[in-house]
Design a protein around this ligand. Structure first.
Ligand code: 5GP
Ligand code: ZN
Length: 126
């Protein structure tokens, strides 16, 4: 698979073609502010390389996954979330609500976040 997708929003952000509020940059990972924050602090950590979602990661990507989480932790700490706690989540595919098909880790915090998912609408009958 190619390293970038010319039609991908986050590839364009990584390339600097679309401006964004960067929080942290490593060789392989960029962390920036979500444009529509759903918490007082809402960051996105993305690999520089185009990967569609966590579903496309495996044992060969262990270094990148470690780098992604490491950068996310550093950005969370720099944003004052270290002691308070924060949530990391990554949507995979349509029913999870993934809207940008370039792997991203949401880092959210700055207030008590409540339950992980909105599940009240779900039919829970077995
Ligand atoms: P998803 O719904 O795929 O899990 O998350 C995509 C996230 O990307 C959403 O939270 C959305 O607000 C954010 N987003 C969409 N377009 C842009 C953009 O142009 N810039 C930034 N910084 N975030 C974006
Ligand atoms: Zn991409």
């Amino acid at each position: 698979m190619s390293m970038t997708d010319p039609d991908c929003l986050f590839c364009k952000i990584v390339a600097g073609d679309i401006p964004t509020a960067k929080v942290l940059e490593t060789d392989d990972v960029l962390v920036f502010r979500d444009i529509t924050p759903q918490a007082p602090v809402h960051l996105l950590a993305v690999p520089m390389r185009h990967i569609r979602s966590m579903a496309d990661m495996g044992p060969d990507d262990s270094n990148l996954l470690g780098d992604l989480i490491g950068a996310a932790n550093e950005a969370a700490g720099a944003s004052g979330l270290g002691e308070r706690g924060y949530r990391m989540a990554s949507n995979v595919g349509e029913e999870a609500g993934q809207t940008v098909l370039h792997l991203h880790l949401h880092i959210m915090g700055g207030a008590p976040l409540g339950p992980l998912a909105m599940t009240d609408h779900l039919d829970r009958t077995p």
